[in-house]
Design a protein around this ligand. Structure first.
Ligand SMILES: [Zn+2]
Length: 508
Protein backbone atom coordinates (compact mmCIF):
# COMPACT_ATOMS: atom_id res chain seq x y z
CA UNK A 1 0.00 0.00 0.00
CA UNK A 2 1.42 3.36 -0.99
CA UNK A 3 1.64 5.76 1.92
CA UNK A 4 3.80 8.42 0.37
CA UNK A 5 5.03 9.55 -3.04
CA UNK A 6 8.50 11.03 -3.51
CA UNK A 7 9.71 12.51 -6.80
CA UNK A 8 13.36 12.25 -7.84
CA UNK A 9 15.11 14.91 -9.91
CA UNK A 10 18.42 16.69 -10.22
CA UNK A 11 21.42 17.66 -12.30
CA UNK A 12 24.74 16.35 -11.03
CA UNK A 13 27.98 17.87 -12.25
CA UNK A 14 31.06 19.52 -10.78
CA UNK A 15 32.10 22.42 -13.04
CA UNK A 16 35.37 24.31 -13.01
CA UNK A 17 34.95 27.86 -14.23
CA UNK A 18 38.71 27.93 -14.90
CA UNK A 19 38.60 25.27 -17.62
CA UNK A 20 37.78 26.22 -21.21
CA UNK A 21 35.76 23.03 -21.69
CA UNK A 22 32.01 23.61 -22.08
CA UNK A 23 29.91 20.65 -20.87
CA UNK A 24 27.26 19.77 -23.44
CA UNK A 25 24.26 17.46 -23.49
CA UNK A 26 26.25 14.48 -24.77
CA UNK A 27 28.55 14.65 -21.72
CA UNK A 28 25.61 13.65 -19.54
CA UNK A 29 23.82 10.43 -18.81
CA UNK A 30 20.18 11.51 -18.76
CA UNK A 31 17.68 9.27 -17.02
CA UNK A 32 13.91 9.34 -16.96
CA UNK A 33 11.24 6.79 -16.00
CA UNK A 34 12.38 3.27 -15.08
CA UNK A 35 15.96 4.07 -16.07
CA UNK A 36 16.08 6.74 -13.41
CA UNK A 37 14.74 4.41 -10.72
CA UNK A 38 17.43 1.85 -11.62
CA UNK A 39 20.07 4.35 -10.58
CA UNK A 40 19.13 3.80 -6.94
CA UNK A 41 19.94 0.46 -5.31
CA UNK A 42 17.59 1.24 -2.44
CA UNK A 43 14.71 1.33 -4.94
CA UNK A 44 15.54 -1.56 -7.23
CA UNK A 45 17.26 -3.70 -4.58
CA UNK A 46 19.24 -5.04 -7.48
CA UNK A 47 22.81 -5.57 -8.44
CA UNK A 48 23.30 -3.17 -11.34
CA UNK A 49 26.78 -2.86 -12.86
CA UNK A 50 28.55 0.09 -11.33
CA UNK A 51 29.56 1.68 -14.64
CA UNK A 52 25.93 1.93 -15.68
CA UNK A 53 24.98 3.88 -12.64
CA UNK A 54 27.58 6.35 -11.54
CA UNK A 55 30.44 8.36 -12.92
CA UNK A 56 33.36 6.17 -12.04
CA UNK A 57 35.11 8.74 -9.90
CA UNK A 58 32.12 8.60 -7.58
CA UNK A 59 32.30 4.84 -7.38
CA UNK A 60 32.47 3.28 -3.99
CA UNK A 61 32.45 -0.25 -2.68
CA UNK A 62 29.13 0.27 -0.98
CA UNK A 63 27.15 0.10 -4.22
CA UNK A 64 27.10 -3.68 -3.87
CA UNK A 65 24.79 -3.46 -0.89
CA UNK A 66 21.63 -5.06 -2.19
CA UNK A 67 18.42 -6.46 -0.84
CA UNK A 68 15.13 -5.19 0.47
CA UNK A 69 15.09 -2.04 2.59
CA UNK A 70 12.21 -2.12 5.07
CA UNK A 71 12.30 1.68 5.35
CA UNK A 72 11.14 1.98 1.72
CA UNK A 73 7.86 0.13 2.35
CA UNK A 74 4.89 2.15 1.24
CA UNK A 75 7.04 4.64 -0.68
CA UNK A 76 6.27 5.20 -4.35
CA UNK A 77 9.26 6.77 -6.07
CA UNK A 78 8.32 9.03 -8.96
CA UNK A 79 11.06 9.49 -11.56
CA UNK A 80 11.21 12.94 -13.16
CA UNK A 81 14.64 13.70 -14.65
CA UNK A 82 18.20 13.16 -13.61
CA UNK A 83 21.29 14.16 -15.59
CA UNK A 84 24.81 13.31 -14.40
CA UNK A 85 28.23 13.82 -15.92
CA UNK A 86 31.90 13.54 -15.21
CA UNK A 87 33.13 16.84 -13.81
CA UNK A 88 33.81 19.37 -16.53
CA UNK A 89 33.46 22.98 -17.44
CA UNK A 90 30.27 25.02 -17.09
CA UNK A 91 27.14 23.54 -18.68
CA UNK A 92 25.87 25.02 -21.90
CA UNK A 93 23.22 27.50 -20.70
CA UNK A 94 20.60 26.23 -23.19
CA UNK A 95 21.02 22.64 -22.04
CA UNK A 96 20.67 23.69 -18.39
CA UNK A 97 17.58 25.79 -19.22
CA UNK A 98 16.01 22.88 -21.11
CA UNK A 99 16.43 20.44 -18.19
CA UNK A 100 15.37 23.01 -15.62
CA UNK A 101 12.20 23.65 -17.58
CA UNK A 102 11.50 19.94 -17.90
CA UNK A 103 11.94 19.37 -14.14
CA UNK A 104 9.81 22.38 -13.19
CA UNK A 105 7.07 21.56 -15.68
CA UNK A 106 6.88 17.84 -15.00
CA UNK A 107 6.87 17.96 -11.19
CA UNK A 108 3.36 19.51 -10.96
CA UNK A 109 2.09 16.98 -13.51
CA UNK A 110 3.09 13.73 -11.77
CA UNK A 111 0.27 13.71 -9.22
CA UNK A 112 0.25 14.39 -5.50
CA UNK A 113 3.69 14.33 -3.89
CA UNK A 114 4.85 14.28 -0.28
CA UNK A 115 8.46 15.17 -0.97
CA UNK A 116 11.17 15.68 -3.59
CA UNK A 117 14.52 13.93 -3.50
CA UNK A 118 16.90 16.41 -5.13
CA UNK A 119 20.02 14.53 -6.23
CA UNK A 120 22.75 17.05 -7.06
CA UNK A 121 26.47 17.67 -6.75
CA UNK A 122 26.35 21.31 -5.65
CA UNK A 123 29.18 22.73 -7.78
CA UNK A 124 27.41 23.03 -11.13
CA UNK A 125 28.25 26.18 -13.06
CA UNK A 126 26.23 27.75 -15.84
CA UNK A 127 27.46 30.80 -17.76
CA UNK A 128 25.66 33.86 -16.42
CA UNK A 129 24.63 32.24 -13.10
CA UNK A 130 26.52 32.47 -9.82
CA UNK A 131 24.40 29.80 -8.15
CA UNK A 132 22.99 27.24 -10.59
CA UNK A 133 21.61 24.81 -7.99
CA UNK A 134 20.01 27.73 -6.13
CA UNK A 135 18.34 28.85 -9.34
CA UNK A 136 17.14 25.31 -10.07
CA UNK A 137 15.62 24.76 -6.61
CA UNK A 138 13.98 28.21 -6.75
CA UNK A 139 12.26 27.08 -9.94
CA UNK A 140 11.09 23.91 -8.19
CA UNK A 141 9.71 25.89 -5.24
CA UNK A 142 7.91 28.24 -7.61
CA UNK A 143 6.35 25.28 -9.39
CA UNK A 144 5.52 23.24 -6.28
CA UNK A 145 4.90 25.76 -3.52
CA UNK A 146 6.19 25.96 0.03
CA UNK A 147 4.46 22.95 1.55
CA UNK A 148 6.32 20.13 -0.13
CA UNK A 149 9.47 18.83 1.61
CA UNK A 150 12.66 18.89 -0.44
CA UNK A 151 15.66 16.83 0.65
CA UNK A 152 18.95 17.06 -1.25
CA UNK A 153 21.93 14.77 -1.38
CA UNK A 154 25.20 16.45 -2.40
CA UNK A 155 28.88 15.92 -2.91
CA UNK A 156 31.00 17.31 -0.09
CA UNK A 157 32.74 19.43 -2.75
CA UNK A 158 29.46 21.20 -3.43
CA UNK A 159 28.62 24.65 -2.08
CA UNK A 160 25.77 25.58 0.22
CA UNK A 161 24.43 28.88 -1.08
CA UNK A 162 21.87 30.91 0.82
CA UNK A 163 19.15 30.10 -1.74
CA UNK A 164 19.87 26.39 -1.72
CA UNK A 165 19.82 26.29 2.08
CA UNK A 166 16.65 28.36 2.32
CA UNK A 167 14.69 26.49 -0.36
CA UNK A 168 15.64 22.96 0.77
CA UNK A 169 14.33 21.34 3.94
CA UNK A 170 17.30 19.04 4.29
CA UNK A 171 20.76 19.04 2.74
CA UNK A 172 23.31 16.35 3.31
CA UNK A 173 26.58 15.28 1.73
CA UNK A 174 29.20 12.53 1.68
CA UNK A 175 31.55 12.13 4.62
CA UNK A 176 34.42 10.49 2.75
CA UNK A 177 36.91 11.74 0.15
CA UNK A 178 37.50 9.76 -2.01
CA UNK A 179 33.73 9.30 -2.01
CA UNK A 180 33.53 5.67 -1.01
CA UNK A 181 30.30 6.44 0.84
CA UNK A 182 28.47 8.04 -2.11
CA UNK A 183 25.69 5.44 -2.21
CA UNK A 184 25.47 5.04 1.55
CA UNK A 185 24.94 8.81 1.67
CA UNK A 186 22.27 8.88 -1.04
CA UNK A 187 20.43 6.17 0.83
CA UNK A 188 20.83 8.01 4.14
CA UNK A 189 19.48 11.20 2.54
CA UNK A 190 16.47 9.41 1.03
CA UNK A 191 15.79 7.49 4.22
CA UNK A 192 16.00 10.60 6.40
CA UNK A 193 13.53 12.32 4.08
CA UNK A 194 11.11 9.37 4.20
CA UNK A 195 11.32 9.12 7.99
CA UNK A 196 10.78 12.84 8.35
CA UNK A 197 7.67 12.71 6.15
CA UNK A 198 6.42 9.78 8.25
CA UNK A 199 6.99 11.76 11.45
CA UNK A 200 4.40 14.30 10.29
CA UNK A 201 6.34 17.08 11.99
CA UNK A 202 6.29 19.53 9.08
CA UNK A 203 9.60 21.22 8.36
CA UNK A 204 12.71 20.33 10.35
CA UNK A 205 14.66 23.06 12.07
CA UNK A 206 17.98 23.85 10.45
CA UNK A 207 21.28 25.54 11.09
CA UNK A 208 24.00 26.61 8.66
CA UNK A 209 27.46 27.99 9.42
CA UNK A 210 29.80 29.06 6.62
CA UNK A 211 33.52 28.90 7.31
CA UNK A 212 35.66 31.22 5.16
CA UNK A 213 38.08 28.59 3.95
CA UNK A 214 38.40 27.28 0.41
CA UNK A 215 40.72 24.36 -0.05
CA UNK A 216 41.52 21.84 -2.77
CA UNK A 217 40.19 18.32 -2.29
CA UNK A 218 43.77 17.11 -2.29
CA UNK A 219 44.33 18.84 1.05
CA UNK A 220 41.08 17.66 2.53
CA UNK A 221 41.04 13.91 1.98
CA UNK A 222 39.31 12.16 4.85
CA UNK A 223 42.20 9.69 4.88
CA UNK A 224 44.14 12.48 6.60
CA UNK A 225 43.88 15.00 9.43
CA UNK A 226 42.34 17.37 10.12
CA UNK A 227 39.52 16.39 7.72
CA UNK A 228 39.20 12.91 9.27
CA UNK A 229 38.50 14.22 12.77
CA UNK A 230 36.18 16.99 11.55
CA UNK A 231 34.06 14.46 9.66
CA UNK A 232 34.12 12.17 12.70
CA UNK A 233 32.86 15.07 14.80
CA UNK A 234 30.03 15.72 12.33
CA UNK A 235 29.02 12.04 12.26
CA UNK A 236 29.20 11.81 16.05
CA UNK A 237 27.03 14.92 16.39
CA UNK A 238 24.51 13.65 13.81
CA UNK A 239 24.27 10.12 15.15
CA UNK A 240 24.45 10.62 18.91
CA UNK A 241 22.78 13.94 19.71
CA UNK A 242 19.11 13.84 20.71
CA UNK A 243 17.05 16.09 18.46
CA UNK A 244 19.47 15.89 15.50
CA UNK A 245 18.51 13.97 12.37
CA UNK A 246 21.48 14.79 10.14
CA UNK A 247 24.59 16.96 9.92
CA UNK A 248 27.16 17.58 7.21
CA UNK A 249 30.41 19.32 6.38
CA UNK A 250 30.95 20.68 2.87
CA UNK A 251 34.56 21.37 1.90
CA UNK A 252 33.17 23.54 -0.92
CA UNK A 253 34.47 23.88 -4.46
CA UNK A 254 37.65 25.84 -5.03
CA UNK A 255 37.65 25.89 -8.86
CA UNK A 256 34.66 28.12 -9.41
CA UNK A 257 34.93 31.86 -9.03
CA UNK A 258 31.57 32.46 -7.31
CA UNK A 259 30.46 34.16 -4.07
CA UNK A 260 28.89 30.92 -2.78
CA UNK A 261 32.18 28.99 -2.77
CA UNK A 262 33.34 28.18 0.77
CA UNK A 263 33.25 25.49 3.42
CA UNK A 264 29.96 25.01 5.26
CA UNK A 265 28.39 23.06 8.10
CA UNK A 266 24.66 22.35 8.28
CA UNK A 267 22.47 20.32 10.61
CA UNK A 268 18.77 19.42 10.81
CA UNK A 269 16.47 18.29 13.60
CA UNK A 270 14.02 19.35 16.31
CA UNK A 271 16.07 21.54 18.61
CA UNK A 272 17.34 24.82 17.17
CA UNK A 273 19.68 25.59 20.07
CA UNK A 274 21.32 22.17 19.87
CA UNK A 275 21.76 22.47 16.10
CA UNK A 276 23.22 25.98 16.31
CA UNK A 277 25.62 25.13 19.13
CA UNK A 278 26.82 21.95 17.42
CA UNK A 279 27.45 23.59 14.06
CA UNK A 280 29.21 26.60 15.57
CA UNK A 281 31.41 24.34 17.67
CA UNK A 282 32.58 22.11 14.80
CA UNK A 283 32.85 25.05 12.36
CA UNK A 284 35.14 26.80 14.84
CA UNK A 285 37.25 23.61 15.02
CA UNK A 286 37.57 23.69 11.22
CA UNK A 287 38.63 27.32 11.24
CA UNK A 288 41.14 26.68 14.01
CA UNK A 289 42.58 23.76 12.02
CA UNK A 290 42.98 25.72 8.77
CA UNK A 291 46.78 25.67 8.79
CA UNK A 292 46.84 21.91 9.35
CA UNK A 293 45.43 21.04 5.91
CA UNK A 294 48.30 19.62 3.87
CA UNK A 295 48.48 17.90 0.51
CA UNK A 296 47.67 14.21 0.63
CA UNK A 297 51.03 13.29 -0.95
CA UNK A 298 54.42 14.93 -1.45
CA UNK A 299 54.05 17.75 -4.00
CA UNK A 300 56.48 18.88 -6.67
CA UNK A 301 56.72 20.37 -10.14
CA UNK A 302 56.11 17.81 -12.88
CA UNK A 303 59.68 18.00 -14.14
CA UNK A 304 61.15 17.31 -10.72
CA UNK A 305 58.55 14.62 -9.97
CA UNK A 306 59.55 12.83 -13.18
CA UNK A 307 63.25 13.06 -12.26
CA UNK A 308 62.50 11.41 -8.95
CA UNK A 309 60.25 8.76 -10.50
CA UNK A 310 62.86 7.77 -13.11
CA UNK A 311 65.59 7.56 -10.47
CA UNK A 312 63.45 5.60 -8.00
CA UNK A 313 63.44 1.82 -7.57
CA UNK A 314 59.85 1.88 -6.33
CA UNK A 315 57.45 0.51 -8.94
CA UNK A 316 54.86 1.44 -9.93
CA UNK A 317 55.64 5.07 -9.18
CA UNK A 318 52.55 7.26 -9.61
CA UNK A 319 52.57 10.92 -10.59
CA UNK A 320 49.29 12.82 -10.36
CA UNK A 321 49.00 15.39 -13.15
CA UNK A 322 46.63 17.19 -10.80
CA UNK A 323 46.01 20.52 -12.54
CA UNK A 324 44.22 18.86 -15.47
CA UNK A 325 42.22 16.28 -13.52
CA UNK A 326 38.97 15.68 -15.45
CA UNK A 327 37.55 14.21 -12.25
CA UNK A 328 37.51 17.74 -10.86
CA UNK A 329 36.72 19.51 -14.14
CA UNK A 330 40.01 19.72 -16.05
CA UNK A 331 39.91 19.72 -19.85
CA UNK A 332 41.85 16.42 -19.92
CA UNK A 333 44.11 17.50 -22.78
CA UNK A 334 46.84 19.67 -21.20
CA UNK A 335 50.17 18.35 -22.52
CA UNK A 336 52.66 19.59 -19.93
CA UNK A 337 53.27 16.05 -18.62
CA UNK A 338 53.27 14.34 -22.03
CA UNK A 339 55.79 16.79 -23.52
CA UNK A 340 58.11 16.36 -20.54
CA UNK A 341 57.98 12.55 -20.72
CA UNK A 342 58.74 12.63 -24.45
CA UNK A 343 61.88 14.67 -23.72
CA UNK A 344 63.36 11.85 -21.60
CA UNK A 345 65.65 9.40 -23.46
CA UNK A 346 65.23 6.84 -20.64
CA UNK A 347 61.58 6.60 -21.64
CA UNK A 348 61.74 6.94 -25.42
CA UNK A 349 64.73 4.56 -25.40
CA UNK A 350 62.58 1.97 -23.60
CA UNK A 351 64.65 1.72 -20.42
CA UNK A 352 61.75 3.01 -18.29
CA UNK A 353 58.13 2.11 -18.97
CA UNK A 354 55.52 4.84 -18.60
CA UNK A 355 51.74 4.99 -19.03
CA UNK A 356 50.16 8.40 -19.59
CA UNK A 357 46.48 8.05 -18.62
CA UNK A 358 45.05 9.85 -20.50
CA UNK A 359 44.62 12.55 -23.16
CA UNK A 360 41.23 13.45 -24.62
CA UNK A 361 41.72 13.85 -28.37
CA UNK A 362 39.08 12.35 -30.72
CA UNK A 363 40.97 13.57 -33.80
CA UNK A 364 44.09 11.60 -32.87
CA UNK A 365 42.01 8.52 -32.11
CA UNK A 366 40.44 8.80 -35.57
CA UNK A 367 43.86 9.02 -37.24
CA UNK A 368 45.07 6.01 -35.27
CA UNK A 369 41.94 4.04 -36.18
CA UNK A 370 42.38 4.81 -39.89
CA UNK A 371 45.98 3.64 -39.74
CA UNK A 372 45.08 0.51 -37.78
CA UNK A 373 46.79 -1.53 -35.08
CA UNK A 374 50.50 -2.04 -35.82
CA UNK A 375 50.79 1.05 -38.02
CA UNK A 376 53.16 3.96 -37.42
CA UNK A 377 51.41 7.32 -37.32
CA UNK A 378 52.53 10.91 -37.06
CA UNK A 379 50.29 12.48 -34.45
CA UNK A 380 49.70 15.86 -32.84
CA UNK A 381 48.26 14.99 -29.46
CA UNK A 382 46.23 17.11 -27.02
CA UNK A 383 46.25 20.87 -26.44
CA UNK A 384 43.10 21.43 -28.47
CA UNK A 385 40.63 22.44 -25.75
CA UNK A 386 42.99 23.76 -23.12
CA UNK A 387 45.53 25.35 -25.44
CA UNK A 388 48.05 26.53 -22.86
CA UNK A 389 51.74 25.73 -23.45
CA UNK A 390 53.05 23.47 -24.76
CA UNK A 391 49.87 22.84 -26.82
CA UNK A 392 49.57 19.90 -29.24
CA UNK A 393 52.60 17.57 -29.01
CA UNK A 394 53.93 16.10 -32.27
CA UNK A 395 55.55 12.66 -32.39
CA UNK A 396 55.51 9.44 -34.38
CA UNK A 397 54.04 6.46 -32.58
CA UNK A 398 53.01 2.88 -33.06
CA UNK A 399 49.28 2.24 -32.82
CA UNK A 400 49.49 -0.51 -30.21
CA UNK A 401 45.81 -0.97 -29.49
CA UNK A 402 42.34 0.29 -30.41
CA UNK A 403 39.53 -0.65 -28.04
CA UNK A 404 35.94 0.46 -27.49
CA UNK A 405 35.28 1.73 -23.99
CA UNK A 406 32.08 0.59 -22.17
CA UNK A 407 30.16 3.43 -23.83
CA UNK A 408 31.24 2.19 -27.27
CA UNK A 409 33.68 5.06 -27.79
CA UNK A 410 37.05 4.21 -29.28
CA UNK A 411 40.25 4.50 -27.25
CA UNK A 412 43.76 4.29 -28.74
CA UNK A 413 47.02 3.23 -27.11
CA UNK A 414 50.00 4.91 -28.80
CA UNK A 415 53.48 3.58 -28.14
CA UNK A 416 56.88 5.21 -28.44
CA UNK A 417 59.73 3.28 -26.79
CA UNK A 418 58.70 2.67 -23.19
CA UNK A 419 55.89 5.21 -23.36
CA UNK A 420 52.26 4.29 -23.82
CA UNK A 421 49.77 7.12 -24.16
CA UNK A 422 46.06 6.42 -23.75
CA UNK A 423 44.13 8.69 -26.12
CA UNK A 424 40.36 8.85 -25.69
CA UNK A 425 37.25 9.95 -27.55
CA UNK A 426 35.67 11.30 -24.37
CA UNK A 427 37.05 12.85 -21.22
CA UNK A 428 37.81 10.06 -18.84
CA UNK A 429 39.58 9.21 -15.63
CA UNK A 430 41.54 5.99 -15.24
CA UNK A 431 40.88 4.71 -11.74
CA UNK A 432 40.09 1.02 -12.02
CA UNK A 433 42.14 -2.03 -12.98
CA UNK A 434 39.74 -3.17 -15.71
CA UNK A 435 40.04 0.17 -17.50
CA UNK A 436 43.74 -0.56 -18.04
CA UNK A 437 43.45 -4.31 -18.72
CA UNK A 438 40.79 -3.67 -21.36
CA UNK A 439 43.50 -1.74 -23.24
CA UNK A 440 46.11 -4.47 -22.73
CA UNK A 441 47.94 -2.38 -20.12
CA UNK A 442 49.08 -3.42 -16.65
CA UNK A 443 49.85 -0.50 -14.35
CA UNK A 444 51.15 -2.93 -11.72
CA UNK A 445 53.96 -3.97 -14.10
CA UNK A 446 54.75 -0.45 -15.31
CA UNK A 447 57.56 1.67 -13.87
CA UNK A 448 55.79 5.04 -13.88
CA UNK A 449 52.07 5.71 -14.19
CA UNK A 450 50.99 9.29 -14.85
CA UNK A 451 47.34 9.89 -14.07
CA UNK A 452 45.20 12.98 -14.53
CA UNK A 453 43.92 12.70 -11.00
CA UNK A 454 44.48 14.43 -7.69
CA UNK A 455 44.36 12.00 -4.80
CA UNK A 456 44.68 8.39 -5.88
CA UNK A 457 41.40 6.52 -6.11
CA UNK A 458 41.20 3.24 -4.12
CA UNK A 459 42.65 0.78 -6.70
CA UNK A 460 45.53 3.08 -7.63
CA UNK A 461 46.16 3.80 -3.98
CA UNK A 462 46.31 0.06 -3.25
CA UNK A 463 48.95 -0.65 -5.91
CA UNK A 464 51.19 2.42 -5.70
CA UNK A 465 54.76 1.90 -4.44
CA UNK A 466 55.43 5.64 -4.45
CA UNK A 467 53.51 8.75 -5.43
CA UNK A 468 54.05 12.45 -6.06
CA UNK A 469 51.26 14.93 -6.57
CA UNK A 470 52.61 17.15 -9.34
CA UNK A 471 51.32 20.72 -9.14
CA UNK A 472 50.73 21.02 -12.87
CA UNK A 473 48.92 23.93 -14.53
CA UNK A 474 45.35 23.46 -15.76
CA UNK A 475 41.72 24.28 -15.12
CA UNK A 476 41.86 22.66 -11.66
CA UNK A 477 45.29 23.92 -10.61
CA UNK A 478 45.93 22.87 -7.00
CA UNK A 479 47.83 26.09 -6.45
CA UNK A 480 44.65 28.10 -5.89
CA UNK A 481 46.35 31.44 -5.50
CA UNK A 482 47.66 31.46 -9.08
CA UNK A 483 44.16 30.85 -10.54
CA UNK A 484 43.12 34.45 -9.88
CA UNK A 485 39.71 34.28 -8.17
CA UNK A 486 37.95 37.65 -8.07
CA UNK A 487 34.29 36.90 -7.11
CA UNK A 488 34.66 34.84 -3.93
CA UNK A 489 33.84 36.41 -0.57
CA UNK A 490 36.78 37.88 1.33
CA UNK A 491 38.43 37.33 3.67
CA UNK A 492 38.86 33.71 2.57
CA UNK A 493 41.67 31.43 3.72
CA UNK A 494 44.21 30.78 2.12
CA UNK A 495 43.76 33.91 -0.03
CA UNK A 496 43.66 35.83 3.26
CA UNK A 497 44.72 34.74 6.70
CA UNK A 498 43.08 36.85 9.40
CA UNK A 499 43.83 35.89 13.01
CA UNK A 500 40.18 35.21 13.66
CA UNK A 501 36.74 35.49 12.08
CA UNK A 502 33.25 35.79 13.51
CA UNK A 503 31.30 32.63 12.61
CA UNK A 504 27.53 33.06 12.53
CA UNK A 505 24.46 30.87 12.19
CA UNK A 506 21.94 31.10 9.35
CA UNK A 507 18.57 29.47 10.14
CA UNK A 508 16.38 30.09 7.08
ZN1 LIG B 1 33.63 15.44 -4.75
Amino acid sequence: MTTMRIAICGIHIESSTFTPYLSVESDFTVRRGEELLKRYPFITESDIPLMDRVPQHLAGDDWQVTGHRPWTEGVEWVPVLHASALPGGPIDADVFAMWRREICERLPEVGPLDAIFFDIHGAMSVPGLDDAEGYLIKGIRLAMGDDILIGACMDLHGNVSHDLFTMADMLTCYRMAPHEDAWVTRERAARTLVEWVRSGKGRPKKSLVHVPILLPGEKTSTRMQPAARLYDAVAEFADHTPGVIDASFWIGFAWADQPRCSAAFAAYGDDQDVLDAGMLRIAQQAWDARHEFEFVAPVDSFESALDKAIASDKRPFFISDSGDNPGAGGANDVTVALAEVLSRPEVTGDKVSVIVASIFDPETVRIAAEAGIGAEVAVSVGGKIDTRDPGPVQFTALVENLVDDPAGLLTAVLRLGGLRVIVTTRRNQYTMREQFTRLGLDPEKTDIVIVKIGYLEPYLHDIHADWILALTPGGVDQDLIRLGHSHINRPMFPFDDPDDVELSVIRS
